[in-house]
Design a protein around this ligand. Structure first.
Ligand SMILES: Nc1nc2c(ncn2[C@@H]2O[C@H](COP(=O)(O)OP(=O)(O)OP(=O)(O)O)[C@@H](O)[C@H]2O)c(=O)[nH]1
Ligand SMILES: [Mg+2]
Ligand SMILES: [Zn+2]
Length: 317
């Protein structure tokens, strides 16, 4: 270590794979430093798309005179919100040390995709994080009857659903109460309004929002990396880039049953026990639960497709 360097602990705000912006407190106040990552840290996480995520606490070496900084190590994390990055065939960390996952959708523009919600809820469950569904753009009229029915079913199985409009401000107070004092990560398809929601909660941050591509009725991937926004001293939001496909990460296909809450109590109860494929077998408790309406058939479809994706037969959904 050089004489004029200092070791500081800081919070990762955003970054790409190799350069991260880290917030540190010095005697001159709060500073955001661009940091390279020490080779050893990179090496220890070769099997990941990115070794460090917003929300991580890191130790850095800061060369004040040269104004360079290097991340030396990452503090132990409470948890990590991640997904499987299919293109790179690696785990991708979206946010670290998260209290709450906000699974954001829209009823229209882009169209309602409840199976995307299912996937995010599975990931939250894998990480042991609380999750809430946010349905944005309720100022827009929609005629898809599926929307209310599916949102009701999410409530039935115990999820909180908050309907909001980042545009008119409707529902934002309920959302504010929900996130108060927590670090929450916003996840959802491109264009559902994740960045707009943050802008509505804290107008001075002014994050770039993107238009909806009219031809394809989907977002244009405006946010390109995760980053933290402080709503107040104790409340943080982590914006993430919208992804087209969310593949849960960190479990084996046969474990999925434990991460979908209305499925979990039935694990091992089928006639063929844990070896049941839940597709054709007689005495399958999962299929019985679907027929009895205890498991929504769309959630069952999600279950089958997520399981296939984890096995590597990416199906889209
Ligand atoms: N009508 C209406 N439009 C909204 C609302 N919230 C966001 N939008 C619009 O939806 C578009 C997409 O919003 P963004 O905030 O960029 O969406 P995003 O989820 O951050 O998208 P990515 O960064 O691409 O993942 C923008 O044109 C917003 O103005 C809303 O509540 N109502
Ligand atoms: Mg965005
Ligand atoms: Zn079964």
């Amino acid at each position: 270590m050089k004489n004029n360097s200092r070791i500081l602990k800081g919070l990762v705000i955003h970054g790409s794979r190799n350069i991260m912006t880290v917030r540190v407190t010095t005697e001159k106040g709060i500073k955001e430093l661009e940091c390279r990552i020490k080779g050893k840290v990179l090496k220890s996480s070769e099997n990941y798309y990115n070794p460090i995520a917003p929300g991580d606490w890191v130790n850095i070496e800061w060369q004040k005179e040269e104004n360079t900084a290097m991340i030396l190590s990452v503090e132990d994390r409470r948890n990590l919100f991640r997904r499987f990055n299919q293109k790179e065939s690696l785990s991708q960390f979206l946010a670290a040390n998260v209290d709450l996952v906000l699974s954001v959708c829209t009823a229209i523009s882009p169209p309602f995709r409840p199976r995307f919600l299912d996937r995010v809820l599975v990931q939250a469950d894998i990480e042991g994080m609380e999750a809430v569904i946010i349905c944005n753009k309720i100022d827009l009229e929609y005629d898809d009857i599926n929307v209310d029915e599916r949102l009701e079913d999410f409530k039935r199985i115990g999820y909180k659903v908050i309907t909001v409009s980042a545009k008119t401000g409707e529902g934002l107070e309920a959302l504010r109460c929900e996130i108060e004092g927590k670090t929450s990560v916003l996840t959802g398809q491109s264009g559902v309004g994740k960045s707009s929601i943050i802008n509505a909660l804290k107008p001075d941050v002014n994050i770039r929002e993107g238009a909806i591509n009219e031809k394809y009725n989907r977002g244009v991937h405006t946010t390109t990396m995760s980053f933290i926004v402080d709503i107040n001293a104790s409340t943080r939001l982590i914006d993430t880039p919208g992804v087209r496909l969310f593949i849960p990460d960190g479990i084996k296909a046969e474990e999925l049953i434990y991460n979908m809450r209305e499925f979990a109590p039935l694990a091992g109860k089928c006639s063929y026990g844990l070896s049941c494929s839940h597709k054709t077998e007689a005495g399958c408790k999962i299929m019985e639960a679907v027929n009895a309406g205890v498991i929504h058939e769309d959630r069952y479809e999600s279950f089958l497709r997520i399981r296939e994706d984890i096995e590597g037969n990416i199906s889209d959904y």
